[in-house]
Design a protein around this ligand. Structure first.
Ligand SMILES: Nc1nc2c(ncn2[C@@H]2O[C@H](COP(=O)(O)OP(=O)(O)OP(=O)(O)O)[C@@H](O)[C@H]2O)c(=O)[nH]1
Length: 351
């Protein structure tokens, strides 16, 4: 296959757990490039089957959406195809990939590296956005999600410890220590809403050696093995030939099956108070929700964001034809019960 361009196109991967602030960062990076007249293209990956984050990206930015699966496993093979098509069609100066929060960056590094076989691309940065309060809480509980967060931190070439506004000073110190124990080398910034110096994304910055270093460090610290994704708890050996063994193992196991999503399309407007009440009562197993809703008792449409018991409603005018929809992401929650509540909400639209 012919290569797409004479020069390598830098690719930056934005990693971090669900709701940590990846899209918040992505939007700032897009503005940063636009201010410099740099043409950026985006690949967004969501576990659900609608891309709500894409609503917030300015309409003139070329974007490929990879929905209903996680690029690190179930739709991993598609990543290089999407990259190739995006680059061929739009000839961007730089590509940003925002993975699902459930993705293990090592798998995406593999996929991007595979893509370099037939495209001139250069994976420059793995910026991991760490949800400070969530990391702290998960570190006390342990479990698969904490393990995934650790992997995302280990893989990073740059670390952004976000949501500092929700941490007491002593908690912030503890979070930084936790992060530093996992990755002592990547530059670390503490942020609120990911506001930080974006020079790591400069076209001329971040020599590739830094990325190699990150990958080596990851292999060293996990004994040459890693655990892939939130649910993919089979070890792969990344030090040697992994083409067939690895792919075979993926087919069998890597489905993130303990991370569940429910996508509900609303038949019409709903009552705002009843909806807020439903969100407030969400079981703690639902740790992320987002959607676009129209209320019977307000004039505009809203994008709602729910991450770890905090909800935000933002007035929006969606681009294009967009349904009212809500996506819920979590572990082991009853989809039927939630579906039932949502249907009730639609039946009692006037509250
Ligand atoms: N309090 C607080 N909220 C934040 C901060 N950064 C982001 N948020 C909010 O956290 C929620 C999730 O932010 P996103 O940028 O959508 O997170 P994400 O990592 O892209 O989420 P997924 O795509 O679902 O994985 C939104 O409601 C943001 O407004 C922060 O520093 N402090």
């Amino acid at each position: 296959m012919p290569v797409s361009s004479e020069h390598s196109i830098p690719v930056h991967l934005l990693s971090g757990f669900l709701g940590s602030g990846k899209t918040t960062l992505l939007n700032q990076v897009v503005d940063y490039y636009k201010a410099q007249d740099v043409k950026v293209a985006i690949i967004m990956n969501e576990l659900g089957d609608v891309n709500l984050d894409g609503q917030f990206v300015e309409g003139d930015v070329p974007m490929a959406e990879m929905l209903s699966g996680c690029i690190c496993c179930t739709i991993r093979g598609d990543l290089s195809i999407e990259l190739k098509e995006l680059i061929d069609e739009h000839q961007p100066d730089v590509v940003l990939i925002e993975s699902t929060g459930a993705a293990n960056p090592m798998e995406i590094i593999d996929a991007v590296t595979e893509a370099t076989l037939f495209m001139r691309i250069d994976l420059r940065t793995i910026a991991t956005v760490v949800d400070g309060p969530e990391l702290l809480e998960r570190s006390r509980r342990g479990g698969k999600t904490f393990k995934l967060m650790q992997d995302q931190i280990r893989c990073a070439t740059d670390l952004i410890v976000n949501k500092a506004d929700k941490l007491a000073p002593e908690e912030l110190v503890e979070v930084q220590q936790l992060v530093r124990e996992l990755n002592a080398f990547a530059p670390l910034t503490v942020t609120v809403r990911c506001v930080t110096d974006l020079s790591i994304f400069d076209l001329a910055a971040a020599p590739k050696a830094r990325l190699d270093l990150a990958a080596e460090r990851f292999d060293d610290e996990s004994g040459g093995k890693h655990v892939c994704g939130a649910n993919c708890n089979h070890d792969h050996d990344h030090d040697h030939d992994h083409d067939h063994d690895h792919d075979h193992a993926h087919d069998e196991y890597s489905s993130h099956s303990h991370v569940m999503t429910l996508t509900h399309y609303f038949a019409g407007p709903i009552n705002s108070h009843a909806f807020e009440e439903l969100v407030r009562r969400l079981p703690q197993e639902v740790y992320r929700a987002k959607g676009i809703v129209t209320f019977t008792d307000t004039s505009s449409r809203f994008l709602f964001q729910y991450a770890y018991r905090e909800v935000e409603f933002i007035r929006i005018t969606p681009q294009g034809d967009v349904n009212d929809v809500a996506v819920f992401i979590g572990e082991h929650f009853s989809k039927e019960a939630l579906q039932h509540e949502l249907e009730e909400l639609e039946q009692n639209r006037l509250g």
